[in-house]
Design a protein around this ligand. Structure first.
Ligand code: C2E
Ligand code: MG
Ligand code: MG
Ligand code: MG
Length: 278
Protein backbone atom coordinates (compact mmCIF):
# COMPACT_ATOMS: atom_id res chain seq x y z
CA UNK A 1 0.00 0.00 0.00
CA UNK A 2 2.69 2.45 1.13
CA UNK A 3 4.84 1.33 -1.76
CA UNK A 4 2.05 1.95 -4.26
CA UNK A 5 1.31 5.36 -2.80
CA UNK A 6 5.00 6.16 -3.02
CA UNK A 7 5.04 5.23 -6.66
CA UNK A 8 1.95 7.31 -7.31
CA UNK A 9 3.43 10.29 -5.52
CA UNK A 10 6.55 9.92 -7.56
CA UNK A 11 4.57 9.69 -10.75
CA UNK A 12 2.53 12.74 -9.79
CA UNK A 13 5.70 14.78 -9.43
CA UNK A 14 7.17 13.47 -12.65
CA UNK A 15 8.58 16.76 -13.98
CA UNK A 16 7.70 15.98 -17.58
CA UNK A 17 4.10 15.25 -16.73
CA UNK A 18 3.91 18.26 -14.47
CA UNK A 19 5.26 20.42 -17.30
CA UNK A 20 2.55 19.10 -19.61
CA UNK A 21 -0.13 19.83 -17.01
CA UNK A 22 1.23 23.35 -16.54
CA UNK A 23 1.39 23.98 -20.26
CA UNK A 24 -2.20 22.89 -20.65
CA UNK A 25 -3.53 25.05 -17.85
CA UNK A 26 -1.46 28.00 -19.10
CA UNK A 27 -2.96 27.54 -22.53
CA UNK A 28 -6.43 27.31 -21.01
CA UNK A 29 -5.91 30.57 -19.08
CA UNK A 30 -4.50 32.15 -22.24
CA UNK A 31 -7.49 31.01 -24.27
CA UNK A 32 -9.92 32.41 -21.71
CA UNK A 33 -8.08 35.72 -21.83
CA UNK A 34 -7.64 35.58 -25.59
CA UNK A 35 -11.39 35.29 -26.07
CA UNK A 36 -11.94 38.35 -23.89
CA UNK A 37 -9.21 40.28 -25.71
CA UNK A 38 -10.46 39.41 -29.19
CA UNK A 39 -7.36 37.43 -30.13
CA UNK A 40 -9.59 34.93 -31.86
CA UNK A 41 -10.37 35.68 -35.46
CA UNK A 42 -12.04 34.02 -38.36
CA UNK A 43 -10.45 33.20 -41.68
CA UNK A 44 -12.44 32.24 -44.74
CA UNK A 45 -11.61 29.59 -47.30
CA UNK A 46 -13.28 29.70 -50.72
CA UNK A 47 -15.54 26.93 -52.01
CA UNK A 48 -15.97 26.77 -55.80
CA UNK A 49 -18.33 24.89 -58.11
CA UNK A 50 -17.41 22.57 -61.02
CA UNK A 51 -16.72 25.58 -63.23
CA UNK A 52 -14.39 27.12 -60.68
CA UNK A 53 -16.90 29.81 -59.79
CA UNK A 54 -16.92 30.99 -56.18
CA UNK A 55 -20.06 29.77 -54.40
CA UNK A 56 -19.16 30.41 -50.79
CA UNK A 57 -16.61 29.88 -48.06
CA UNK A 58 -15.94 28.05 -44.83
CA UNK A 59 -15.34 30.05 -41.66
CA UNK A 60 -12.28 28.71 -39.78
CA UNK A 61 -11.25 29.90 -36.34
CA UNK A 62 -7.73 31.27 -35.79
CA UNK A 63 -5.98 32.31 -32.61
CA UNK A 64 -3.33 34.99 -32.72
CA UNK A 65 -1.54 34.37 -29.43
CA UNK A 66 0.39 37.44 -28.21
CA UNK A 67 3.59 35.44 -27.59
CA UNK A 68 3.24 32.27 -29.59
CA UNK A 69 1.81 33.69 -32.80
CA UNK A 70 -0.86 31.84 -34.78
CA UNK A 71 -2.09 28.70 -33.02
CA UNK A 72 -3.84 26.06 -35.10
CA UNK A 73 -7.45 25.11 -34.36
CA UNK A 74 -6.25 21.50 -34.19
CA UNK A 75 -4.61 22.57 -30.94
CA UNK A 76 -7.12 24.96 -29.37
CA UNK A 77 -10.49 23.55 -30.50
CA UNK A 78 -10.07 20.31 -28.49
CA UNK A 79 -8.98 22.40 -25.49
CA UNK A 80 -11.94 24.71 -25.97
CA UNK A 81 -14.25 21.68 -26.11
CA UNK A 82 -12.86 20.20 -22.89
CA UNK A 83 -13.15 23.46 -20.98
CA UNK A 84 -16.48 24.66 -22.31
CA UNK A 85 -14.84 27.71 -23.89
CA UNK A 86 -16.10 26.34 -27.20
CA UNK A 87 -19.49 27.87 -26.35
CA UNK A 88 -18.39 31.54 -26.42
CA UNK A 89 -15.83 30.75 -29.13
CA UNK A 90 -18.35 29.02 -31.37
CA UNK A 91 -20.81 31.83 -30.83
CA UNK A 92 -18.17 34.40 -31.82
CA UNK A 93 -17.41 32.51 -35.04
CA UNK A 94 -21.13 32.25 -35.83
CA UNK A 95 -21.63 35.97 -35.23
CA UNK A 96 -18.68 36.85 -37.39
CA UNK A 97 -19.99 34.63 -40.21
CA UNK A 98 -23.50 36.11 -39.99
CA UNK A 99 -22.08 39.63 -40.06
CA UNK A 100 -20.14 38.68 -43.18
CA UNK A 101 -23.26 37.27 -44.83
CA UNK A 102 -25.03 40.53 -44.18
CA UNK A 103 -22.18 42.49 -45.78
CA UNK A 104 -22.03 40.18 -48.79
CA UNK A 105 -25.79 40.56 -49.29
CA UNK A 106 -25.25 44.29 -49.94
CA UNK A 107 -23.29 43.69 -53.18
CA UNK A 108 -24.63 42.08 -56.31
CA UNK A 109 -21.30 40.33 -56.88
CA UNK A 110 -21.35 38.60 -53.50
CA UNK A 111 -25.04 38.27 -52.65
CA UNK A 112 -25.18 34.62 -53.76
CA UNK A 113 -22.33 33.46 -51.48
CA UNK A 114 -22.97 31.00 -48.66
CA UNK A 115 -20.98 30.49 -45.48
CA UNK A 116 -20.26 27.25 -43.66
CA UNK A 117 -19.63 27.27 -39.93
CA UNK A 118 -18.23 24.35 -37.91
CA UNK A 119 -20.30 23.38 -34.90
CA UNK A 120 -18.85 21.33 -32.06
CA UNK A 121 -20.74 18.56 -30.28
CA UNK A 122 -21.00 20.51 -27.08
CA UNK A 123 -22.36 23.56 -28.86
CA UNK A 124 -24.91 21.55 -30.82
CA UNK A 125 -26.15 19.78 -27.68
CA UNK A 126 -26.55 22.85 -25.49
CA UNK A 127 -30.24 23.50 -24.73
CA UNK A 128 -30.49 26.94 -26.35
CA UNK A 129 -28.60 26.12 -29.54
CA UNK A 130 -31.46 26.47 -32.04
CA UNK A 131 -32.62 29.77 -30.55
CA UNK A 132 -29.06 31.07 -30.42
CA UNK A 133 -28.49 30.43 -34.12
CA UNK A 134 -31.80 32.01 -35.10
CA UNK A 135 -31.24 35.02 -32.81
CA UNK A 136 -27.78 35.58 -34.24
CA UNK A 137 -29.07 35.43 -37.81
CA UNK A 138 -31.77 37.94 -36.95
CA UNK A 139 -29.46 40.30 -35.05
CA UNK A 140 -26.97 40.32 -37.91
CA UNK A 141 -29.73 40.56 -40.52
CA UNK A 142 -28.37 37.56 -42.36
CA UNK A 143 -30.49 35.27 -44.52
CA UNK A 144 -30.76 31.79 -42.95
CA UNK A 145 -30.53 29.92 -46.25
CA UNK A 146 -27.03 31.36 -46.84
CA UNK A 147 -25.80 29.69 -43.65
CA UNK A 148 -24.63 26.07 -43.52
CA UNK A 149 -23.77 24.37 -40.27
CA UNK A 150 -21.09 21.67 -40.43
CA UNK A 151 -21.59 18.70 -38.12
CA UNK A 152 -19.46 15.58 -37.75
CA UNK A 153 -20.57 11.98 -37.60
CA UNK A 154 -19.33 11.33 -34.08
CA UNK A 155 -21.40 14.15 -32.60
CA UNK A 156 -24.57 12.75 -34.12
CA UNK A 157 -24.14 9.39 -32.44
CA UNK A 158 -26.12 8.91 -29.29
CA UNK A 159 -29.49 10.58 -29.34
CA UNK A 160 -30.13 10.78 -33.04
CA UNK A 161 -33.80 11.71 -32.60
CA UNK A 162 -32.79 14.76 -30.65
CA UNK A 163 -30.21 15.72 -33.27
CA UNK A 164 -32.75 15.32 -36.08
CA UNK A 165 -35.22 17.48 -34.18
CA UNK A 166 -32.74 20.31 -33.72
CA UNK A 167 -31.75 20.13 -37.34
CA UNK A 168 -35.38 20.18 -38.47
CA UNK A 169 -36.13 23.28 -36.42
CA UNK A 170 -33.27 25.15 -38.09
CA UNK A 171 -34.01 23.73 -41.54
CA UNK A 172 -37.56 25.03 -41.30
CA UNK A 173 -36.06 28.52 -41.18
CA UNK A 174 -33.77 27.80 -44.13
CA UNK A 175 -30.49 26.90 -42.43
CA UNK A 176 -28.55 24.16 -44.26
CA UNK A 177 -26.50 21.26 -42.88
CA UNK A 178 -23.31 19.59 -44.04
CA UNK A 179 -21.70 16.44 -42.69
CA UNK A 180 -18.00 17.28 -42.29
CA UNK A 181 -15.03 14.90 -42.62
CA UNK A 182 -17.31 12.34 -44.18
CA UNK A 183 -15.96 8.80 -44.16
CA UNK A 184 -13.70 9.23 -41.14
CA UNK A 185 -16.33 8.49 -38.47
CA UNK A 186 -18.77 5.69 -37.80
CA UNK A 187 -21.08 6.35 -40.66
CA UNK A 188 -23.91 3.95 -40.88
CA UNK A 189 -25.82 4.24 -44.08
CA UNK A 190 -29.27 4.02 -42.50
CA UNK A 191 -28.17 6.84 -40.31
CA UNK A 192 -27.20 9.03 -43.18
CA UNK A 193 -30.65 8.57 -44.64
CA UNK A 194 -32.35 9.74 -41.45
CA UNK A 195 -30.43 12.98 -41.09
CA UNK A 196 -31.86 16.03 -42.85
CA UNK A 197 -28.57 16.92 -44.54
CA UNK A 198 -27.97 19.06 -47.61
CA UNK A 199 -24.33 18.28 -48.15
CA UNK A 200 -21.51 15.94 -47.28
CA UNK A 201 -17.86 16.95 -47.29
CA UNK A 202 -15.31 14.36 -48.39
CA UNK A 203 -12.46 14.40 -45.92
CA UNK A 204 -9.11 15.55 -47.23
CA UNK A 205 -7.49 12.28 -46.14
CA UNK A 206 -9.30 10.54 -49.03
CA UNK A 207 -8.61 13.31 -51.53
CA UNK A 208 -4.85 13.48 -50.88
CA UNK A 209 -3.90 10.22 -52.62
CA UNK A 210 -6.97 9.78 -54.78
CA UNK A 211 -4.83 9.49 -57.92
CA UNK A 212 -2.27 7.03 -56.55
CA UNK A 213 -4.20 4.92 -54.05
CA UNK A 214 -6.90 2.72 -55.60
CA UNK A 215 -8.59 2.32 -52.20
CA UNK A 216 -8.98 6.07 -51.77
CA UNK A 217 -10.21 6.34 -55.35
CA UNK A 218 -12.82 3.65 -54.66
CA UNK A 219 -13.92 5.35 -51.43
CA UNK A 220 -14.29 8.72 -53.14
CA UNK A 221 -16.30 7.24 -56.02
CA UNK A 222 -18.50 5.39 -53.55
CA UNK A 223 -19.17 8.52 -51.50
CA UNK A 224 -20.06 10.44 -54.66
CA UNK A 225 -22.43 7.71 -55.88
CA UNK A 226 -24.03 7.36 -52.46
CA UNK A 227 -24.52 11.09 -52.09
CA UNK A 228 -26.06 11.31 -55.56
CA UNK A 229 -28.54 8.57 -54.74
CA UNK A 230 -29.51 10.34 -51.50
CA UNK A 231 -29.73 13.65 -53.33
CA UNK A 232 -26.96 15.26 -51.29
CA UNK A 233 -24.54 17.82 -52.58
CA UNK A 234 -20.85 16.86 -52.23
CA UNK A 235 -17.93 19.17 -51.49
CA UNK A 236 -14.39 17.78 -51.57
CA UNK A 237 -11.90 19.14 -49.04
CA UNK A 238 -8.14 19.43 -49.41
CA UNK A 239 -8.08 19.80 -53.20
CA UNK A 240 -4.50 20.82 -53.95
CA UNK A 241 -3.82 19.70 -57.51
CA UNK A 242 -5.45 19.88 -60.93
CA UNK A 243 -5.23 16.07 -61.07
CA UNK A 244 -7.31 15.65 -57.93
CA UNK A 245 -9.81 18.19 -59.26
CA UNK A 246 -10.04 16.33 -62.57
CA UNK A 247 -10.81 13.03 -60.85
CA UNK A 248 -13.41 14.57 -58.57
CA UNK A 249 -15.13 16.44 -61.40
CA UNK A 250 -15.18 13.34 -63.58
CA UNK A 251 -17.05 11.49 -60.85
CA UNK A 252 -19.62 14.22 -60.32
CA UNK A 253 -18.38 16.17 -57.31
CA UNK A 254 -20.30 19.46 -56.95
CA UNK A 255 -18.01 21.68 -54.90
CA UNK A 256 -14.33 22.02 -54.17
CA UNK A 257 -12.31 23.50 -51.36
CA UNK A 258 -8.55 23.45 -51.02
CA UNK A 259 -5.26 25.22 -51.54
CA UNK A 260 -5.71 24.92 -55.33
CA UNK A 261 -8.42 27.60 -55.02
CA UNK A 262 -7.28 29.42 -51.94
CA UNK A 263 -6.08 29.04 -48.38
CA UNK A 264 -8.11 30.31 -45.47
CA UNK A 265 -7.52 34.09 -45.34
CA UNK A 266 -8.99 37.18 -43.70
CA UNK A 267 -12.16 38.06 -45.54
CA UNK A 268 -10.86 41.24 -47.17
CA UNK A 269 -8.13 39.19 -48.85
CA UNK A 270 -10.69 36.78 -50.20
CA UNK A 271 -12.87 39.60 -51.50
CA UNK A 272 -9.87 41.30 -53.08
CA UNK A 273 -8.64 38.09 -54.66
CA UNK A 274 -11.92 37.00 -56.21
CA UNK A 275 -13.43 40.38 -56.93
CA UNK A 276 -10.55 42.78 -57.60
CA UNK A 277 -13.15 45.40 -58.56
CA UNK A 278 -14.85 45.47 -55.18
P1 C2E B 1 -12.44 21.17 -41.11
O1 C2E B 1 -13.73 21.78 -40.73
O2 C2E B 1 -12.48 19.85 -41.78
O3 C2E B 1 -11.72 22.27 -42.01
C1 C2E B 1 -10.88 21.97 -43.08
C2 C2E B 1 -9.43 22.05 -42.70
O4 C2E B 1 -8.63 21.69 -43.82
C3 C2E B 1 -8.96 23.45 -42.29
O5 C2E B 1 -7.95 23.29 -41.30
C4 C2E B 1 -8.32 23.95 -43.59
O6 C2E B 1 -7.38 24.97 -43.39
C5 C2E B 1 -7.67 22.69 -44.09
N1 C2E B 1 -7.44 22.71 -45.54
C6 C2E B 1 -8.22 23.29 -46.47
N2 C2E B 1 -7.73 23.08 -47.72
C7 C2E B 1 -6.62 22.35 -47.57
C8 C2E B 1 -5.66 21.80 -48.51
O7 C2E B 1 -5.76 21.96 -49.72
N3 C2E B 1 -4.65 21.08 -47.98
C9 C2E B 1 -4.51 20.86 -46.64
N4 C2E B 1 -3.46 20.13 -46.23
N5 C2E B 1 -5.39 21.37 -45.72
C10 C2E B 1 -6.43 22.09 -46.19
P2 C2E B 1 -7.90 24.22 -40.03
O8 C2E B 1 -8.30 25.61 -40.39
O9 C2E B 1 -6.56 23.99 -39.40
O10 C2E B 1 -9.03 23.63 -39.10
C11 C2E B 1 -8.93 22.34 -38.57
C12 C2E B 1 -10.23 21.87 -37.96
O11 C2E B 1 -10.53 22.64 -36.78
C13 C2E B 1 -11.44 22.05 -38.86
O12 C2E B 1 -11.49 21.00 -39.79
C14 C2E B 1 -12.54 22.01 -37.84
O13 C2E B 1 -12.85 20.68 -37.51
C15 C2E B 1 -11.91 22.69 -36.64
N6 C2E B 1 -12.37 24.07 -36.58
C16 C2E B 1 -11.89 25.19 -37.19
N7 C2E B 1 -12.61 26.27 -36.87
C17 C2E B 1 -13.59 25.86 -36.03
C18 C2E B 1 -14.68 26.52 -35.35
O14 C2E B 1 -14.93 27.71 -35.48
N8 C2E B 1 -15.47 25.72 -34.55
C19 C2E B 1 -15.25 24.39 -34.40
N9 C2E B 1 -16.07 23.69 -33.62
N10 C2E B 1 -14.26 23.73 -35.05
C20 C2E B 1 -13.44 24.46 -35.84
MG1 MG C 1 -15.44 22.06 -41.58
MG1 MG D 1 -13.48 18.61 -42.82
MG1 MG E 1 -11.90 18.31 -39.40
Amino acid sequence: QAKAAGRNTQRFFDPEMQAAVNARSNLEADLRQGLARSELLVHYQPVVDHQGKLVGAEALARWRHPQRGMISPAEFIPLAEQTGLILPLGQAVLRSACTQLHLWAQHEATAHLTLSVNVSARQFRQPGFVAQVLDTLRECQARPHKLKLELTESMLLGDIEDAVQRMEQLKKQGVGFALDDFGTGYSSLSYLKRLPLDQVKIDQSFVRDVLSDPNDAAIVRTILALAKSLDLQVVAEGVETAGQLGFLRLHGCDGFQGYLFGRPVPVHEMDAHIYPAL
